[in-house]
Design a protein around this ligand. Structure first.
Ligand SMILES: O=C(O)CCC(=O)C(=O)O
Ligand SMILES: [Fe+2]
Length: 246
């Protein structure tokens, strides 16, 4: 294990109800992106904010626009949802809450397994898993079909910043990871599966045994792509260093 860096894997037998995943993506995420633009503008993400509609948060590091639209949620989304759908916000919020609860449980299980292989200290384990103060974010992503895909990118190459990301991709291809020696390689959707991405903080904590994966999203001429990413990290003010077990 220690000799071979791990970058990403797929979680299939995860116990998250498939009906919930489908409802999240097919119904509620679609609804979020089908909302008319002037309504979306009522809940635009603020300059330093994380919730509401907006361009990809990595956009500030790139000169060109990405073919992407996102909706960020941290904890309860009831305030934004009430503005968007005053008479019909509960289904959306209930689905987002139920999904975030499932993601939290799954992240805890996966992180525990990962950290056990590293023999981190109990203190480091508590820090990484801390259920109370952890920072989590749910990000709904939409990549509309693009008339000229070779001239556009959905999401530019990046690594995720926190510890672990659980990504659910819909039916449309587009996600690619960079593999040393192979170059950009597709990670095509598997029905009901999650792509588990190692983030920068786990890369640091594990002293690069688990490596943050460089990934990007290509756009599609025929289909809109919808994906949902759940990011999990330690408390915001944390100082991160390689585990003292190294
Ligand atoms: O849409 C995807 O498959 C990737 C999304 C992603 O990388 C992100 O939200 O950080
Ligand atoms: Fe990402």
């Amino acid at each position: 294990m220690r000799n071979s860096p791990k970058v990403y894997f797929k979680s299939i037998k995860h116990g998250v109800p498939l009906a919930l995943i489908k409802k999240l993506r097919v119904l509620e995420s679609r609804k979020a992106f089908c909302t008319p633009t002037d309504e979306k503008h009522k809940v635009l993400r603020s300059a330093n904010g994380v919730t509401g509609y907006g361009t990809a948060s990595i956009s500030k590091f790139f000169d060109k626009c990405m073919w992407h639209e996102g909706f960020g949620i941290m904890g309860s989304c009831v305030e934004d949802a009430k503005i968007l759908w005053p008479y019909d916000y509960k289904n959306f919020c209930n689905t987002m809450d139920a999904y975030q609860n499932e993601m939290k449980l799954l992240t805890q299980k996966l992180l525990l397994l990962i950290l056990q292989t590293l023999n981190v200290t109990q203190e480091e384990m508590n820090w990484a898993l801390s259920a109370q103060d952890s920072q989590t974010k749910l990000q709904l992503n939409s990549y509309p079909s693009c008339p000229n895909p070779s001239n556009a990118i959905g999401l530019a190459p990046h690594t995720d910043t926190l510890l672990l990301t659980l990504l659910h991709q819909g039916g449309a291809n587009g996600l690619e990871i960079f593999v040393e020696g192979l170059g950009w390689s597709p990670v095509n959707p598997v029905d009901g599966a999650f792509v588990v991405n190692i983030g920068d903080l786990l890369h640091i904590l594990s002293n690069a045994i688990f490596q943050a994966v460089n990934h990007r999203v290509r756009v599609n001429q025929a289909k809109q792509r919808i994906s949902v990413a759940y990011f999990h990290g330690p408390p915001v003010e944390s100082v991160v260093a390689p585990s003292s077990s190294f």
